[in-house]
Design a protein around this ligand. Sequence first.
Ligand code: PEP
Ligand code: MG
Length: 540
Amino acid sequence: MSAQVLQGISVSPGFALAPAVCWHPVAVEIRAEKNTDASKEWSYFQSCLPRVQQQLQDLIKKTAQELSDEEAQIFESQYLFTEDPEILSDLETEIRQNSWKSIWAVEIVFEKYAQMMAAMSDSYLRERALDLRDLKSRLQVALSLGPQALQQDAQALNEKCILIAQDLTPSDFASMDKKKVQGLVLEANQRTSHTVILAKTYGIPTLVGVVQVFEKIKNKDLLALNATRGTLYLNPSDQTKNEIQSLMERDQVEKKELQKYKDQPILNREKEIVHLEANITSVHDLPLAAAQGAEGVGLFRTEFLFLERATAPSEDEQFEIYKKVLQFNPQWPVIIRTLDIGGDKQIPYLNLAKEENPFLGVRGLRLCLRHLDLFKTQLRALLRASSHGKLKIMFPMVTNIEEIQQAQSLIKSLKQELKVTSDFQVGMMVETPASALMIPEFSALVDFVSVGTNDLTQYILAVDRMNSDLADLYQFMNPAVLKTMEKIIQDAKSHDLSVGVCGEMASDPVGAKWLMDHGVRELSMNPNSLLRIRRLLIEE
Ligand code: PEP
Ligand code: MG
């Protein structure tokens, strides 16, 4: 086995040495097709079923550990359906007597039960329709892969590995056991995709834009990853292995050394304090953020609470989560962003229409204002939690004054309805050219703004943040983006509006320095970048 060196773009630094797991999304073709041997087809179905049952048992365990028993219930009920005698007997009839292939038999039987459930008046039973449909897809994937196709099943990663993928959706990544993922290598060149943002939060060394990975790397190939330099070694020599090992050890030492900066304040040229806050995606990120010296939460991306589930979290579930985040450190300001679905974050159970240009489509606040049930549930949970800490509610993807007026009036009426008396702030993201140009007008309607440089860059430059072919044009240091940033900062200052930055520019050494020098005093970033950026800004 000859050694090979592959290059990529580093998006999350660090080192790893582990075998490869190549991950392919599974596309299942679902069509009405007859089988040729009914007994054989039924045996095939029976041989695949235990795989799905095992998968569900793993998910029950993992969800109970990482989240709660209540959330694990979702998979418990799916598991019970796999043992339901009535469902199994119907499946046998469709496969044996009606001679359907098992994928189609699953479609017929599960749709029948899902439609029955969906028509129930009891909301609990209605929601079981979604569980049935989720299980249906899980079974169809297992049937299309076959009982032996374990290597495809990245959710059930058994060993520590470096994960190789063309692209990976945030929802697929969310369902994986991240402790097993020592490194991540993506062929797609997407530096600010939400999967990359998650990988950074988990501190997983990550490279993007590595070309032809699947042609070169096979499952179980040994890989050495230097994600700080952008290099991936396939079948590394002993010398390379030793180098990576010692870099991993040095990395650990550096992480300890950085701790001495944790409580040191950052002062800008005017001797004003610059605050560093954490971007989080779940309650579980909070201890890491605190350990890295965060001074608050500058962005809680709540849409991640809606991924990897069969139904949306209820008002009570959300309330408990927001309360926990607010109570974690009552001194911390906590910016909780309302749902920002759309773009690269899709949630199957919401059954949203497919769009030609999802990043220019029904996204963020636009989507919430069109799905008031979803939005009001979240706002109610937020308002109820507001007495537990320093809450700042923030709306994403704003383009119009009317959108903010509508959102504010919803908050006002819910506040009355729930008799909320606690104080909280309401702000918005500035991530569209329209909102960047209208800061004076918005300043009358919100308490603060936070600039989302990830989206702002793509919209100012007309460069899709997910398009690998345009990665070289996607630069937040582009003068057009910087000019826009200057205007936002100046307009916010002259209208007494607090302005922070929570896009990836804040965690980039050059970007963070530029922002501090231009008067931004609140930078929010993935917890793993906090100490390096603090050291840099202190030592500058
Ligand atoms: C941004 O656009 O910069 C941002 C912080 O939001 P997201 O990356 O979640 O779109
Ligand atoms: Mg954004």
